[in-house]
Design a protein around this ligand. Structure first.
Ligand code: HEM
Length: 179
């Protein structure tokens, strides 16, 4: 996982909780580099899972809620860090349909060692978009947070639900975005 995800996670912890809580979770998470991440480095994604689990213990909130909060934060940071992916005439649905075929493809050119999930989508009605998330890393709560961050960015008030499903016989998480 790219360092940018780690540095943004730490920023979220510091801003949403406190610098002391950040120090505590860095200490408890037994990080090989003592929490010194650089945005361009690549690190084991389990380190973020450990930090999220220690944060959950510290602040008494479920890991799934924390990853969702992080996803929202990350999306708003992406709008600043990657402005070229955002244009005037976009909508949340157009943007989300492009993650797999365009956004992650472009990000991969910048960071060749990055590992992305796969997404498939079905627009089941004009107001409903279904995303299938496939990844061995199981960051579906992060994905839900990113989707919610995307809806906030485009000022669209829609519900987001997730459930276990399959896509062409592969295990997938079905994320439904609807009124
Ligand atoms: C401007 C928009 C976006 C950018 C620049 C971006 C970039 C990235 C980057 C850099 C990573 C880390 C990959 C690695 O280090 O190995 C990542 C992973 C990920 N992205 Fe995106 N992304 C964007 C939008 C989205 C959206 C909208 C979603 C949600 C539907 C999403 C879902 C994910 C997930 C869940 C991961 C974690 C890896 C995994 O699940 O296997 N991304 N993305």
């Amino acid at each position: 996982m790219k360092g940018v995800v780690f540095t943004e996670f730490m920023e979220m912890v510091e801003e949403t909780f406190s610098p002391e809580i950040l120090d505590t979770i860095i200490e408890k998470s037994d990080l090989p580099n003592d929490g010194a991440y650089t945005a361009v480095g690549t690190y084991d994604h389990q380190e973020i899972v450990r930090m999220a689990s220690n944060l959950s213990e510290q602040v008494q909130l479920p890991v799934s809620d924390l990853l969702e909060v992080f996803g929202k934060h990350l999306f708003s940071r992406f709008t600043v860090l990657f402005p070229s992916f955002f244009s005037q005439e976009q909508t949340a649905f157009k943007f989300l349909k492009n993650i797999d075929s365009y956004i992650h493809v472009e990000v991969k050119k910048l960071y060749p060692e990055a590992e992305f999930p796969r997404f498939f989508y079905e627009q089941t009605s004009p107001a409903t978009l279904v995303l299938y998330y496939l990844s061995s890393r199981h960051f579906e709560d992060l994905a839900v947070g990113l989707v919610k961050g995307c809806l906030l960015h485009f000022k669209q008030e829609l519900k987001v639900t997730k459930e276990n499903a399959s896509y062409e016989n592969e295990a997938a998480i079905k994320i439904t975005i609807s009124p």
